[in-house]
Design a protein around this ligand. Structure first.
Ligand code: C2E
Ligand code: MG
Ligand code: MG
Ligand code: MG
Length: 286
């Protein structure tokens, strides 16, 4: 299908396809088509779903939380990757609607789950909207979700703007107990030194560092430095993208607090996740 080309173009570098003469019209038309499909999906029920990836305490192997991840299943396209439809939602002005749908669904699902933390991703555009804190608060009330169980994941670039709307939203939500995590840490603009000035409770170490263990010179040292600094500053750490036992062991040795990755569990639909609650912790100690 022609759309596949667009997926790859988008994945390889945003809008890189826009420079090729008449192809531009074609891809713009496809893009508009996808935008309309996404719009329709947001108005339908069940087209946008939420999957949950478990988060494990590194020392006890206990599942302490989940990260909610948006999933879009389109009748013709099949599953569309979030790395494609999240930027599309942002560009099309649909991210607030999508974000609220995910947050509401995740709160409804997780309210009775035996875990402390529900982590939800939020885009910079949402954070800069003056009514963001109020909207989140009303969803928490409506779903009876304890604000202290919600952890909002934001990227470094979202915080780097330091817009007053963004600061106000974070302050308002923190005052009712909502926590914040810095997602994909290490890939953005923040220096380690700035960590102390950001209003976050946790940093999530980007999976590129974890996956560089044993291959890329210095990734071990970088992760060690991030974990040490986080500890010294009173922040918790999560390692993303844990795929092998040796990465797992090494992160434990470095003193990482929380682990997330395909080795431990893939993102799961609600029903499959709930089956895990029946049993013991997912993995035996290393
Ligand atoms: P993220 O927040 O960093 O989420 C983690 C991503 O890493 C997820 O990709 C997850 O499936 C993937 N992952 C987890 N463990 C492993 C592993 O061991 N190996 C590898 N290779 N990947 C792993 P996913 O679900 O495709 O989401 C991609 C990104 O899309 C997310 O990255 C997040 O930035 C964004 N996203 C997803 N859902 C939402 C949402 O509801 N709102 C917003 N604003 N962004 C979202
Ligand atoms: Mg995340
Ligand atoms: Mg991440
Ligand atoms: Mg990511």
């Amino acid at each position: 299908k022609a759309d596949v080309a667009l997926y790859h173009a988008k994945a390889g570098g945003r809008s890189s396809y826009a420079f090729f003469g008449h192809e531009m019209d074609l891809t713009l038309a496809m893009r508009k088509g996808m935008e309309q499909d996404l719009r329709n999906a947001l108005d339908a029920t069940g087209r946008i779903q939420v999957h949950y990836q478990p988060l494990y305490a590194a020392d006890t192997n206990r599942m302490t939380g989940v990260e909610a991840l948006a999933r879009w299943s389109d009748a013709e396209r099949g599953w569309v990757a979030p790395d494609l439809f999240i930027p599309l939602s942002e560009e099309a002005g649909l991210i607030e609607k999508l974000g609220e749908l995910v947050l509401r669904q995740a709160c409804l699902d997780a309210v009775d789950w035996p875990i402390e933390t529900l982590a939800v991703n939020v885009s910079a555009l949402q954070l800069n909207n003056p009514s963001f804190a109020m909207r989140v608060t009303s969803i928490l009330l409506e779903t009876h979700m304890d604000p202290r169980r919600l952890e909002i994941e934001v990227t470094e670039s979202a915080l780097s703007e330091r817009r007053s709307e963004c600061r106000n939203n974070i302050e308002a939500l923190r005052s009712i107990g909502v926590r914040f995590a810095l997602d994909d840490f290490g890939t953005g603009f923040s220096s380690l030194g700035r960590l102390q000035t950001l209003e976050v409770d946790r940093i999530k170490i980007d999976r590129s560092f974890v996956q560089g263990f044993g291959h890329s010179n210095g990734d071990e040292a970088i992760v060690q430095a991030i974990i040490n600094l986080a500890r010294a500053t009173g922040l918790s750490t999560t390692a993303e993208g844990v795929e092998t036992e040796s990465q797992c062991d090494y992160l434990r040795k470095l003193g990482c607090d929380q682990l997330q990755g395909f080795l431990l569990s893939r993102p799961l639909p609600k029903g499959d996740l709930q089956e895990l609650f029946g049993g013991v912790s997912a993995r035996a100690s290393a």
